[in-house]
Each structure stands twice: as structure tokens, then as C-alpha cells.
Design a protein around this ligand. Structure first.
Ligand code: FAD
Length: 235
């Protein structure tokens, strides 16, 4: 932990994406490269908590020296109320990108399932764009994205556009607390239904522990192994 280097990064844009989620654009004084799926650690000096760092997945690259984070406000949290107090022009302390929750470098000959809730969609935004826009991946890519209400959907128009542009990409938002003409309830029955008729899959799961553990158990019960299931826990 002590060996991690922190760099000053300026907040150069802030977007209120949903009522409780903000997108933070961080600009470093140097070019920054990362692999889709990686995260940075932000250091909160003087934080009234055992740990003064918090990790945030990289949700996008804005330009050579700027990345985007997508953070949900936690009312009783130690760090997010401080983070949300920042304005454009303020500086944060950020590590370089790190983490091994990334896509395999070789071509992927499997059906891809990205399953998340809330801001767990952040690393998937980078991974899915890399697959579709850069790697020319042609096999099915499905994003099951659980949230409570329509107002909580993140990057909605962007994912809808990707679905229109790339026929192998399915954007499958699932709302748990609002009825609409899309999928409802929890994500589990929805990916399970697809898996009844789909073999040879690779899974990426991201978000809060409870959802990930349940999903992982369900997938393992279908005969998939650890190698087939990549996870990133947010808590
Ligand atoms: C790899 C990773 C990526 C993440 N990406 C995102 C993201 O893109 N968007 C998002 O909204 N959230 C993300 N999170 C969650 C985020 O790091 C914070 O936990 C969240 O913002 C709440 O922080 P808080 O201080 O407000 O809440 P708090 O409740 O005060 O803290 C959050 C919890 O994390 C634990 N914790 C915090 N830091 C450490 C540490 N260094 N080591 C061990 N435990 C620790 C605390 O004990 C506490 O239980 C990610 C977490 C991880 C691990």
C-alpha cells in the first residue's frame, strides 16, 4: 500500500449523470494509458476512516491525459461526500491505473456476458467499446445492467446507440423498482433464461458483493468454472 504513488489530477469536467451519480473527468499532467477494466485509487488526506484511499473503475478515456470516473454518492460514506464536494478545477490525488479485471489479450471465441448493478457498469463501458469499436469482435456481447429505476440508468443513450450500430451487442437494462416495457426484477432470471440456450460463455461481473456472489453461484451451477467468471467486487 505504502509504495503506491499518487499524482495530482485536476477535475476538468463534472456531469450529474443521475440523481446520485456523478461523472468526474480527471486530467493528469502527463499522458495516461490503461487497460479497459482497470481502476485508479483516490487518496483522501485526513479521511476519518481506517483507510484513506478508495478505488474507482475507469469509465472512459476523454483524451490522452484525461479519464472519466463514474461514482455513486453514499450518504453515510466517508469518502464520497468529500468527493462530491469538489468542483471543476479542484485537484485530487490519484494513483496510476491498476488492476487485473481486464479482457484477455487474445481474440475471445466465446459469448460474452457482462453483468452488473449501478456504477458496476463503469469498467464495462470501456470493455464493451474496446470489443466493438477497436477489436471488431463479432460474437454476441450482452450487458445485463440492474438498477432500481429508469432515472438510475447510466450511459443509457450511449448503450442504446451501440446496440443500434452493432447487431451483436445487446443492452439489457433491468429495473427492480419501477415497471416499464423493459426487463424488471433482479438481473438473475434474465441472464439465466439466455443461458438455457447459450453455451460457451465468458462472464464479467462487477459491483456489490451480494449481487456478484449470487450470480457467480448461479453460473457455477450451470457447470462453468472459475476460469469462465471474472469478478470485481466494489465492497
Ligand atoms: C476495484 C474497485 C472499483 C470501484 N469502482 C467504483 C466505481 O467505479 N464507482 C463507484 O461508485 N464505486 C466504486 N467502488 C467503490 C468505492 O471504492 C467506495 O467503496 C465507495 O465510493 C464508497 O466509499 P465511501 O468512503 O463513501 O463509503 P465507506 O462506507 O466509508 O467506505 C466503503 C467501504 O470500503 C472499505 N474500504 C475502503 N477503502 C478500503 C481499502 N483501501 N481497503 C480495504 N477496504 C476499504 C471500507 O471499509 C468500507 O466498508 C470501487 C471499489 C473497488 C474495490
Amino acid at each position: 500500500m505504502n509504495s503506491i504513488q499518487f499524482h495530482k489530477a485536476k477535475i476538468t469536467n463534472l456531469i450529474q449523470e443521475t440523481p446520485n451519480v456523478k461523472r468526474f473527468v480527471l486530467t493528469f499532467p502527463f499522458e495516461i494509458s490503461f487497460k479497459a477494466g482497470q481502476f485508479v485509487m483516490l487518496k483522501f488526506e485526513g479521511l476519518n476512516h481506517q483507510f484513506d484511499t478508495r478505488s474507482y473503475s475507469i469509465a472512459g478515456q476523454i483524451n490522452a491525459s484525461s479519464i472519466e470516473l463514474c461514482v455513486v454518492y453514499k450518504e453515510d460514506g466517508a469518502a464520497t461526500p468529500l468527493l462530491f464536494n469538489n468542483k471543476i478545477g479542484d485537484e485530487l490525488l490519484s494513483s496510476s491505473p491498476e488492476g487485473r479485471f481486464v479482457l484477455p489479450e487474445e481474440p475471445i471465441n466465446k459469448n460474452l456476458f457482462f453483468i452488473c448493478t449501478g456504477t458496476g457498469v463503469a469498467p464495462f463501458r470501456c470493455m464493451i467499446k474496446e470489443l466493438l469499436l477497436e477489436r471488431n469482435h463479432k460474437l454476441p456481447v450482452r450487458l445485463f445492467f440492474g438498477c432500481r429505476k429508469r432515472e438510475d440508468l447510466l450511459y443509457q443513450s450511449e448503450f442504446e446507440q451501440l446496440q443500434m450500430d452493432y447487431p451483436n451487442f445487446s443492452y439489457l437494462p433491468v429495473l427492480s423498482r419501477e415497471s416499464w416495457d423493459g426487463l424488471t426484477g433482479y438481473v438473475h432470471p434474465h441472464y439465466q433464461k439466455v443461458l438455457e440456450t447459450t453455451a460457451d460463455a465468458l462472464f464479467y461481473l462487477c459491483g456489490w458483493t451480494e449481487m456478484i456472489k449470487e450470480t457467480r453461484d448461479n453460473i457455477k451451477n450451470l457447470g462453468y468454472t472459475r476460469q469462465d467468471i471474472k469478478v470485481e467486487f466494489y465492497d
